[in-house]
Write a protein that binds this ligand. Structure first.
Ligand SMILES: *Cc1c(COP(=O)(O)O)cnc(C)c1O
Length: 396
């Protein structure tokens, strides 16, 4: 037998972390890494946040799981907190980002299949280079053939449109269109923010045609951009939104948020989850919201983000053959390269103990914990500079 005990779907690297201390990871042989990946935009309070640990410990001792057949004071409290701080009137808790997007897709379809709706409207317009997760519906929602291959047939009900092309989106609207599903800032696609015109335009088209504007804020949401949710940067509100990744600060859960109108089809018995919103997840989520959903914290993310962005812009001027541009918002930053980003990301990791994330469009993702300190930022630039100076562009 040659298959590994862990199903070999990830090309796992030699970094094998066993402990975390704020913005650092320590691997099983004691090597310290600076973590500017945050488990892919998850550990927004770093790795040893006393508030988050304490909340999980206390809840684990008190009550870890009960069924959604019972009342949930913990779930109600966190749902209320999200409702108070966002566009939403109601929240469904899930266990992951893909499930939050699945719930968002179901909510958008159910809106039109409601007795006051038009049941022909079953198709969501989605966008090129999007990433929405790895379930059948969420891979079907993405145009990326590398995620489809081997898993045919796809689920019907998705039409792919060029990202950030408002005219193309307008032309695609037909009698079967249910809405739009879009990341305001594409994550896996390479930290590509949608333009103001595109986001405002999709909102206007949705209003004009009674369509659902569904946002996937699984990566860009929860204070990552210096706003609680990234759509606030554009001054628009969605009808439905998926959130996850940072929402539990490392405890796995997600949420689908919606307005009352958008959720009109989500009635008793239409949807469910065994674990979704269990007391342990809710305790983690409440600790995260208490830490991040306040103006001083959000302002600190914007300030640190602007500082890192300005320094990156200055830095890339020293290596015009390597780097193209810096983009992103808050602490969701992308360094677009003139060469493949993956080998450089491996070089930073293996030779300079700096963890980042490679992404599409030749981009290196810079996603530090939101509690990143000035000393961590200095260490980041030391490692990045040393990494750029020692880098031999691979020839192939
Ligand atoms: C990570 C991600 C998902 C999927 O989340 P999982 O928790 O891995 O299922 C969906 N959408 C976006 C934008 C993501 O970045």
């Amino acid at each position: 037998m040659s298959i590994t005990a862990l199903m070999p779907v990830y090309p796992r690297c030699g970094v094998r972390p066993v402990r975390g201390e704020e913005c650092h990871l320590i691997d099983e042989d004691g090597t310290r890494y600076l973590d500017f990946a945050s488990g892919i935009a998850v550990n927004l309070l770093g790795h040893s946040h006393p508030g988050l640990i304490g909340a999980i410990q206390k809840q684990a001792e008190t009550l870890m799981h009960v069924s959604n057949l019972y009342g949930s004071p913990q779930g109600e409290a966190l749902a209320r907190k999200l409702v108070e701080n966002t566009f939403a009137d109601t929240v469904f808790f899930t266990n992951s980002g893909a499930e939050a997007v699945e719930t968002a897709i179901k909510t958008a379809r159910a809106y039109h299949q409601h007795e006051d709706g038009d049941a022909n409207r079953t198709e969501l317009i989605t966008f090129t280079n999007a990433f929405h997760g790895r379930t059948m519906a969420t891979i079907s929602a993405s145009n990326q053939t590398k995620m489809h291959s081997g898993f045919m047939p796809l689920l019907p009900g998705f039409q792919y449109c060029e990202f950030d092309d408002l005219e193309a989106a307008r032309e695609m609207i037909g009698p079967k269109t249910a809405g739009f599903l879009v990341e305001p800032i594409q994550g896996e696609g390479g930290i590509r923010p949608a333009s103001q015109e595109f986001m405002t335009g999709l909102r206007a088209l949705a209003d004009e045609h009674d369509l659902m504007l569904v946002l996937d804020e699984v990566q860009c949401g929860v204070a990552r951009t210096g706003r609680l949710y990234a759509h606030e940067l554009y001054g628009i509100e969605p009808d439905i939104m998926a959130s996850a990744k940072g929402i539990g600060g490392g405890f796995p859960f997600g949420a689908c948020l919606a307005t009352e109108k958008a959720a009109r089809g989500m009635t008793f018995g239409t949807h469910g989850s065994t674990y979704g919103g269990n007391p342990l997840a809710m305790a983690a989520g409440m600790a995260v919201m208490e830490a991040v959903a306040n103006e001083p914290f959000l302002a600190s993310v914007r300030e640190k983000g602007e500082r890192i962005k300005a320094r990156l812009q200055q830095f890339i001027g020293n290596y015009p053959e390597l780097f193209d541009l810096v983009r992103g918002e808050g602490l969701m930053l992308g360094l677009r390269m003139k060469v493949e980003s993956r080998p450089f990301f491996v070089h930073l990791r293996d030779n300079h103990q700096l963890l980042t994330v490679a992404a599409g469009d030749q981009t290196l993702r810079i996603l530090p914990p939101l509690i990143v300190s000035d000393a961590d930022i200095d260490e980041f630039f030391d490692k990045l500079s040393a990494g750029a100076a020692s880098y031999d562009i691979p020839k192939n």
